[in-house]
Design a protein around this ligand. Structure first.
Ligand code: TYM
Length: 326
């Protein structure tokens, strides 16, 4: 039987090309290899400020975009975290084997705590425990994520080990699956990761004019000051993005053209924009079509939750038995 794979995405705003290249595209390519479970993690999203009236729309939007990117509900499972209550039940249990110091040392916790200094809630601190519960509830062995989640996978393995040592070997130690695009940077400032919270994203549903404006003004090799200066593609974030949207001929063409100054940065950006839109236009159109039929998407999510509930119930029974709770 195929090994089980789990991954998740927060419904916390427009899904962007960082999510797509770092995670979702990989999720799609792993479907033939694993038994895949993909989750819209609403309980994670509520650890940051959000508008309750917008949440259902954000969940629907996240699900629709994933399906439009190629997450085929006939070939894998897509569901909403809060529809399967065992996620929080297992998270509570795992809290009791998680060292507090490990949680306080998490980079993402420190960053997010800084972003909402006035009200750092305990959910933000325990975020990685819920993430461990998401994966371990299904005994997931592979977890395709971007680089920013690697530390969360390390603590997931630590939690699994501690649980297994105390109560018997129940959980596998899940491994991250990274892609070459594990860290996509902002176009306006390539020293910052592309992220919803920084607000430097290119959204999968964003209109082409607004995307072009971001690509047009994107930072390139800082040493290339004039059109006649040769550039170094290795130091250019636009060239980096070519790797994921353009074909080999384009990549060779812009690489050579940049190094010899036979093309300018604007020429290079025009090609990137065209190739990017060839990927993004169909995703946007398909997402909008799906969002216009919300009933169909909710049905997919309901079926997904039904499937996951069965696995979750069986595994929770095993966990509780081992712990003397049954
Ligand atoms: P989230 O919603 O922040 O991001 C979803 C996925 O997108 C990846 N990603 C990136 N990859 C490359 N470059 C970027 N700039 C970039 N920005 C985001 C993330 O690494 C992630 O894979 N904690 C998770 C959600 C989660 C989860 C889980 C993941 C909850 N439970 C269980 C795996 C397994 C998160 O915040 O994702």
């Amino acid at each position: 039987m195929a090994k089980r794979l789990f991954s998740g995405i927060q419904p916390s705003g427009d899904i962007h090309i960082g999510n797509y290249l770092g995670a979702i595209r990989n999720w799609v390519s792993l479907i033939p290899e694993y038994e895949c479970i993909y989750c819209v993690v609403d309980y994670h999203a509520i650890t940051m400020f959000y508008e309750p009236a917008e949440m259902q729309e954000l969940i629907l939007n996240a699900a629709a975009v994933n399906i439009a990117c190629g997450i085929d509900p006939e070939k894998c499972t897509l569901f909403v975290q809060s529809h399967v209550p065992e996620h929080t039940e297992l998270a509570w249990i795992l809290n009791t084997v998680t060292p507090l110091g490990d949680l306080q040392r998490m980079t993402q916790f420190k960053e997010k705590a800084k972003q909402q200094e006035a009200s750092v809630n305990a959910g933000l601190l325990n975020y990685p425990v819920l993430m461990a519960a998401d994966i371990l509830l299904y005994k997931g062995e592979a977890v395709p994520v971007g680089e920013d989640q690697v530390q969360h996978l390390e603590i997931t393995r630590e939690i699994a080990r501690r649980f297994n040592t105390r109560y018997g070997k129940i959980f596998p130690e899940p491994q991250e699956r990274l892609t070459k695009a594990a860290r996509i940077m902002g176009l306006d400032d390539p020293s910052k990761k592309m992220s919803k919270s920084v607000g430097n994203t290119i959204g999968l549903l964003e209109d082409p004019e607004s995307i072009w404006e971001k690509v047009r003004t994107g930072v390139t090799d800082p040493a290339r000051k004039r059109r006649s200066d040769p550039g170094n593609p290795k130091k250019c974030n636009i060239f980096h993005l070519h790797q994921y949207f353009s074909n080999q001929d384009d990549i060779k063409h812009v690489d050579k053209g940049c190094r010899s100054a036979s093309i300018g940065c604007l020429d290079c950006k025009k090609i990137l924009f065209e190739r990017m839109m060839a990927t993004l236009n169909p995703i946007r159109e398909h997402s909008l079509e799906l969002m216009s039929k919300p009933g169909q998407v909710w049905n997919i999510l309901r079926r997904g939750a039904e499937h996951c509930s069965k696995i979750a119930a069986a595994n929770m029974k095993e966990v509780k038995k081992a712990m003397g709770l049954l």
